[in-house]
Design a protein around this ligand. Sequence first.
Ligand code: NAP
Length: 210
Amino acid sequence: MLKVNFVASLDGATHIDGLSAGLSGEADKRLFRQLRRECDALLVGAGTFRAENYRPLTLDAPRRAWRVEHGLAEYPRLVVVSRNLALDPSHPALAAAPVRAAVLTTDDIAASAELSKVVDVIRGPSLAAGLAQLKSLGLNQILCEGGPQLFAALAKEDLIDELRLSLAPLLAGPGAGRITAGLPHEVRRMRLADWTVSDDGTLFLTYQRA
Ligand SMILES: NC(=O)c1ccc[n+]([C@@H]2O[C@H](COP(=O)([O-])OP(=O)(O)OC[C@H]3O[C@@H](n4cnc5c(N)ncnc54)[C@H](OP(=O)(O)O)[C@@H]3O)[C@@H](O)[C@H]2O)c1
């Protein structure tokens, strides 16, 4: 199961000044934490990993207890998707990860010795092959936190089972791109499975593969 979570403004922006934080109200932050609590692995594109302030996935004690009660490992595993493997091995989200992080790559570029010390490198000729390897490691519930290029690459291979899209009640103005970027792909049909609205006017949409 691959779930993707995005927040966007009403006019389609995925970031304000390079960060998604400005789009996310309290209710969206709660959803973000809830989705993290429920996944086996957190998949994130290297662009988002470099741009956003990723910290070690250290969940608080109640969340860890909830996970164990529900048959999950104590912590989700961080998996960064990258082609060029230009990732800083001293990045706290990698170096201080509570469980060893992984980098999923679809290229043949060798990882530096420093990076190999802190992450497992998972190679596949495609994202589908990489995700199959994650599954073979028992990582079945995958939460993807973007970004737009990774989203389009996953959609190109028709790997997206669910999209959780939060529509923030604001107009960000021109500039920022959409939740999808990169190479074109076939139209993928989704069906509305659920929606809710929070007190702050954020619309939470759940779409599943049609
Ligand atoms: N609003 C939201 O919910 C939300 C969510 C996420 C991100 N964002 C925003 O999106 C922006 C970042 O966008 P982005 O499109 O650059 O981020 P991205 O999709 O996270 O990262 C792109 C990078 O991911 C790797 N990648 C993508 N597809 C791949 C594939 N098929 N195989 C192997 N590696 C692949 C490549 O890494 P390498 O360069 O290492 O080769 C590529 O350069 C930030 O401003 C962030 O704030 C917003």
